[in-house]
Design a protein around this ligand. Structure first.
Ligand code: TRP
Length: 450
């Protein structure tokens, strides 16, 4: 049998998994959610969710994946409960759909990277709004960029675990961090930037309501790539000596740190030119190009470089995430159906690209492409992020907390006794009670039942 890939070093494990976690969720969604939900108060609640619920959730998926060292479906089926496999299937389906619509926005980022290099984004506010409108309503161009993004992802994943995924993450993640640091410094040096920093660091609890907690929880799960068997698939490439608790903590810290830095990049610049960064999708395609233009009016060349760096940052962050979504299905087809890795990857690419095309058309030229009264793109987002992803995390918690033999969990948690079990009880408590209960609350709230 062909030897299964593994990530080569501790650093590779952190960079690839953090690569999955750090994405458009951190750089685009986190800042505007913070803007809408009270700034620093939201961040504190978000961090609470990451540490109390996110880390235990991550460890659970790590345990499932590393225990059986196989694709998501087999890994979940290998815990002593055959029906566990269904959670694996759910994860594979969820991540395939997420990749389909995520690639639409990633494709826009790629097109904006091109546009900023070609100097197409120079113009006043009306021009920038028109540019976005005419691009996004075009039937062909956004589809091509979105499908292009899926195909780029394909070529990385088809190269394999070490040569493709690990290599790309080792290159892209350090680049991403360097660009982010440059942009944070540039933004914080602008005149009037202090107000943005204040907004981000001084909590205003008056905006906090029940739904802010739920928004924070949903954002934490999406940002950590939880609930779709993604972490389980990556953990199947971890080594037997990998410390799961430590890795989960490091990745959660990196992911949250990068989200907060993204806030420190966007808020000071936006406040400096007097706009509130609380708009949704238009934040990165309309508000920010305007902010860059106004903030660097006297130094257009700096504005030009900053906007290229910004879109490169988005593309790199999105790519390391789409790679992780693609790998879940590719590993499944490759190992369960015994297809060559490249064939498995192509099949997944074709499925995802088809979803991308329909989603892209539904927010552009063909807004009548709807399901349940929502454009297809919004429907896929709603279905995955609000239903399938929490369901995956919920069932994983129930399976591990209540059904799987505790011996198996503690053996994986401590690497068969090599590590101390200090936090095991806290982990188990969270997985048995806190995680499922909180997810249940989100569900009930979402459907207006509480
Ligand atoms: N975490 C990524 C982000 O913040 C998105 C992501 C990657 C993801 N893989 C995932 C989300 C799997 C859910 C499931 O953008």
């Amino acid at each position: 049998m062909e030897k299964r890939g593994t990530f080569g070093s501790k650093l590779a494990i952190v960079l690839t998994t953090a690569g999955s976690a750090v994405g458009l969720g951190n750089i685009w969604r986190f800042p505007f959610m913070t803007g809408q939900n009270g700034g620093a108060a939201f961040i504190l609640i978000y961090l609470g969710c990451v540490f109390l619920l996110g880390i235990p959730g991550m460890i659970s998926e790590f345990i499932v994946g590393r225990h059986s060292q196989s694709n998501a479906a087999r890994a979940y089926g290998n815990l002593g409960y055959k029906n566990g496999r269904l959670i694996g299937y759910l994860g594979i389906l969820t991540s395939t759909i997420i990749l389909g619509f995520y690639a639409v926005v990633a494709g826009w980022c790629l097109q904006y990277l091109y546009a900023s290099i070609a100097g197409h984004l120079n113009g006043d506010t009306t021009y920038i709004v028109e540019y976005f409108k005419s691009f996004s309503s075009d039937p062909i161009r956004p589809c091509l960029w979105g499908v292009g993004f899926v195909v780029i992802t394909h070529f990385v994943v088809a190269q394999g675990v070490e040569k493709g995924i690990e290599r790309a993450s080792k290159l892209l993640m350090p680049l991403l961090m360097i660009i982010l640091i440059i942009l944070v410094i540039a933004s914080c040096l602008l005149p009037g930037a202090g107000k943005g920093i204040d907004f981000l660091l001084k909590p205003d609890f008056s905006k906090v309501s029940g739904s802010v907690f739920l928004e924070a929880l949903g954002q934490a799960f999406f940002s950590l790539s939880l609930g779709t068997a993604c972490l389980c698939t990556y953990a199947s490439y971890f080594k037997k000596e990998t410390n799961l608790l430590k890795s989960a903590t490091q990745i959660a810290l990196l992911d949250s740190g990068i989200a907060i830095m993204a806030g420190l990049m966007i808020f000071p610049a936006a406040f400096s030119v007097g706009v509130q960064p609380d708009s949704g999708p238009s934040l990165i395609f309309i508000t920010l190009p305007n902010v860059f233009r106004q903030a660097f009016e006297s130094m257009p060349i700096v504005g030009f470089i900053i906007s290229i760096l910004f879109y490169a940052l988005l593309v790199f962050a999105a790519l390391t995430s789409t790679i992780s979504m693609h790998e879940i299905g590719t590993a499944f087809f490759h190992e369960e159906l015994h297809w060559a890795r490249s064939k498995a990857a192509w099949i997944l690419t074709i499925v995802c690209a088809t979803i991308t095309i329909f989603c892209s058309l539904s927010v552009g030229a063909y807004s009548n492409l709807q399901l349940f009264g929502m454009p297809l793109m919004d429907f896929c987002d709603f279905l995955t992020a609000q239903i399938m992803l929490p369901a995956g995390a919920f069932f994983t918690s129930i399976l591990l907390g209540w059904f799987v033999e505790q011996r198996l969990l503690i053996n994986e948690f401590t690497n068969n006794g090599a590590l101390k079990a200090t936090f095991f009880k806290a982990y188990l408590f969270s997985v048995k009670f806190i995680v499922p209960l909180c997810i249940l609350l989100i569900f009930l709230h979402q459907f207006n039942l509480i």
